[in-house]
Design a protein around this ligand. Structure first.
Ligand code: ADP
Length: 626
């Protein structure tokens, strides 16, 4: 037999050592590597035909295939690509052609560190050699398109390989893997199918898997990949249905897509982006530590990984889709990828695409409402996370407002600006615990009376969000929960004369409140901003607000109790009545009653509600007895 034994170049020995001993964490990628080699070999053959032979043959796609079958303990990957002659076998499988790999090995050899760093492995393509992770022995039976002879390359990955002449009828390559006992999962048809679909679904060559067909009672090769990567096609050749079908292959139960965007970017960097906004939020999207974004990265149609940190900003993590680029090596590691410049470029591009897409979606109110209900609170995180796009984000924000009497109707900041009164110079908002308490807040009374719209905020994130939003188109935001609005806003002004008149009458009463509640409140003032309510409490602009204090205590921070400013409505019948009570002990009860009701309205809860109820019951009982 014409058999010759060769020794791997020393660098290959090192490489094999590293690959076999260190890449254990994700063994299944060997199949992706072999399939992509086969697909490359087929591309090379097409190119060969174009260049040297019959141009028409190039289009005969159906003639090309990658066949995979399992035979006892062998996994066999066959292609009818360009194949290799003897010289190519030696050059391609016996030494390293890639300079990057050499550099890597030099580094590795110099470090002489047996605890090879996994991050470094990603710097080179392990390619063909990854098959030794799962095989005791690898056979490569190949015939080049321009050679008469076929050859069999054999190695157990331990320093040597053999090449012998072996007849092969057609051009192409069969890679036969003697699967290790410890890697039996790669002899399982269903598992192989799963791996092919995961990594190689969109390779432009049919991948056929040999399986038993019960109907025909025989083994047949069945195509299992989609092969036709939708995103490669021209936009105008893709139907609506195809876009939606593709979305459904990407996601699980996320409703219909609300909108999508498909772009091919050419130039210094080339990539294709196809992204969708779902209509239902993934169930674990609020699990900040575990949730991975929905962007899958492909390199030349080969799936590389998903949920890569930084490929899309965290506040846009609900977007689903793919990015395909040819600017990265196949075997790049997650760590290197996350810090690579190309990820930055992709992130900027994807972010712009999403913001534009949302802008377009916002023209359809119904659809945008679905988006906002589902993802609005996540999207708001962008104000803090994405300073560069803060303005674009603020255009896309939606709020409940006093303009509507409904929790399900939203306004944009632009809507608000268009409705502002001529002399209004602020965007007013209120933050409360829920829609009803915001909508019915005593703070709103004077704004309603004066026909001034107020934005209603009641989500946990809102207080934090507003700390990043100073103004919109130059108009400042103003929280009406704060008492300073009396001074700073030019349309809500107090009717001083009315109040002054009252102040003399009420001076004594105010003094009594101050004395009684001195360790609970900051001060007491009169106000004419109330109508139906006798009292309200406020904080001042520079102080911590009620919602912020709640937010901080919810995350376990110990914060001092807020001392509120108690504002009194001198025109309210209760105030008129209480301020005239002479019995000191009864007056005290009434003052506590006023204080606790204002606290309840502001904070939505009391530390000791029974005490408050007892107090009311006591006052009422006394009145009845009288
Ligand atoms: P890479 O594919 O990244 O170049 P590999 O180690 O996977 O590195 O493969 C080395 C070389 O062997 C390939 O570049 C190709 O020239 C050759 N080769 C591998 N598999 C095949 C195949 N199925 N058909 C033809 N040539 C192949």
């Amino acid at each position: 037999m014409n058999k010759k034994t060769y020794i791997f170049k020393s660098e290959i020995k090192e490489l094999l050592n590293i690959v076999i001993n260190s890449l254990y964490s994700n063994k299944e990628i060997f199949l992706r590597e072999l399939i992509s080699n086969s697909s490359d070999a087929i591309d090379k053959l097409k190119f060969y035909y174009i260049k040297f032979k019959d141009k028409e043959l190039y289009n005969l796609n159906e003639n090309y295939f990658i066949n995979i079958h399992i035979d006892k303990n062998n996994l066999i990957i066959s292609d009818n690509g360009i194949g290799m002659n003897k010289k190519e076998l030696i050059n391609n499988l016996g030494k390293i052609a890639k300079s990057g790999t050499k550099e890597f090995l030099n580094k590795y050899i110099n470090i002489k560190d047996n605890n090879i760093n996994h991050n470094m492995i990603g710097q080179f393509g392990v390619g063909f050699y990854s098959s030794f992770m799962v095989s005791d022995k690898v056979f490569v039976h190949t015939k080049s398109i321009n050679s008469k002879n076929g050859y069999l390359w054999v190695s157990d990955g331990h320093g040597k390989y053999e090449i012998l002449k072996k007849k092969k009828k057609y051009n192409g390559t069969d890679v036969i893997l003697n699967i290790k006992n410890s890697c039996n999962e790669f002899l399982d048809l269903l598992n192989i199918k799963k791996i092919i679909i995961k990594y190689s679904n969109y390779i432009n060559v049919p991948i056929n898997l040999k399986c038993f067909n019960k109907k025909e009672n025989k083994y047949i090769y069945k195509k299992i990949n989609i092969s036709d990567a939708l995103w490669i096609k021209n936009k105008k050749d893709i139907s609506l249905k195809e876009y939606i079908n593709f979305y459904n292959t990407l996601v699980n139960n996320l409703g219909n897509p609300l909108i999508w965007s498909h772009n091919k970017v050419e130039g210094k960097h080339e990539y294709i982006i196809l992204i969708y906004i779902p209509s239902i939020s993934p169930w674990n999207i609020w699990n900040r530590d575990e949730y991975k974004n929905g962007i899958k990265l492909y390199i030349n149609r080969i799936f590389i990984m998903e949920g890569i940190n930084k490929i899309v900003p965290f506040y846009l993590r609900f977007v689903q889709g793919i990015v395909d680029t040819s600017d990265l090596p196949l075997n790049i590691s997650r760590e290197i990828l996350q810090n690579s410049n190309i990820i930055n470029i992709l992130c900027i591009s994807i972010t712009n695409k999403i913001l534009n897409m949302l802008n377009k979606l916002s023209l359809n109110k119904d659809k945008y409402n679905i988006f906002w209900k589902e993802f609005g609170n996540i999207f708001k995180e962008g104000l803090a996370e994405d300073e560069i796009n803060r303005y674009k984000i603020s255009l896309l924000l939606r709020f409940c407002s006093t303009y509507y009497n409904s929790k399900d109707k939203y306004v944009s900041l632009e809507d608000y600006l268009n409705r502002m009164l001529p002399n209004q110079d602020k965007i007013f908002f209120i933050i409360s615990d829920n829609y009803s308490s915001a909508f019915n807040s005593p703070h709103l009374e004077i704004y309603r009376k004066k026909n001034i719209e107020v934005l209603l905020m009641f989500n946990r994130i809102d207080e934090w969000m507003m700390s990043y939003l100073n103004d919109f188109k130059g108009i400042k935001f103003y929280s009406i929960n704060k008492n300073d609005n009396i001074k700073v806003n030019n349309i809500i002004t107090l009717n001083k004369s009315k109040i002054l008149n009252n102040e003399n009458n009420l001076n004594n009463f105010i003094l009594k409140i101050k004395n009684l509640l001195s360790n609970k409140i900051k001060d007491v003032i009169l106000t004419d901003k109330l109508d139906n309510f006798p009292v309200v409490v406020t904080t001042s602009v520079n102080e911590m607000s009620t919602q912020m204090s709640k937010l901080l205590s919810a995350v376990g921070k110990s914060i001092p109790k807020i001392k509120y400013l108690l504002e009194i409505n001198p025109n309210h019948v209760l105030i008129k009545y209480i301020s005239n009570i002479k019995d000191n002990s009864l007056l005290k009860k009434w003052i506590y009653y006023l204080y606790y009701q204002s606290l309840l309205i502001e904070t939505n809860s009391l530390n000791n509600p029974s005490k408050f109820i007892n107090l009311i019951n006591n006052i009422l009982s006394n009145l009845i007895i009288k």
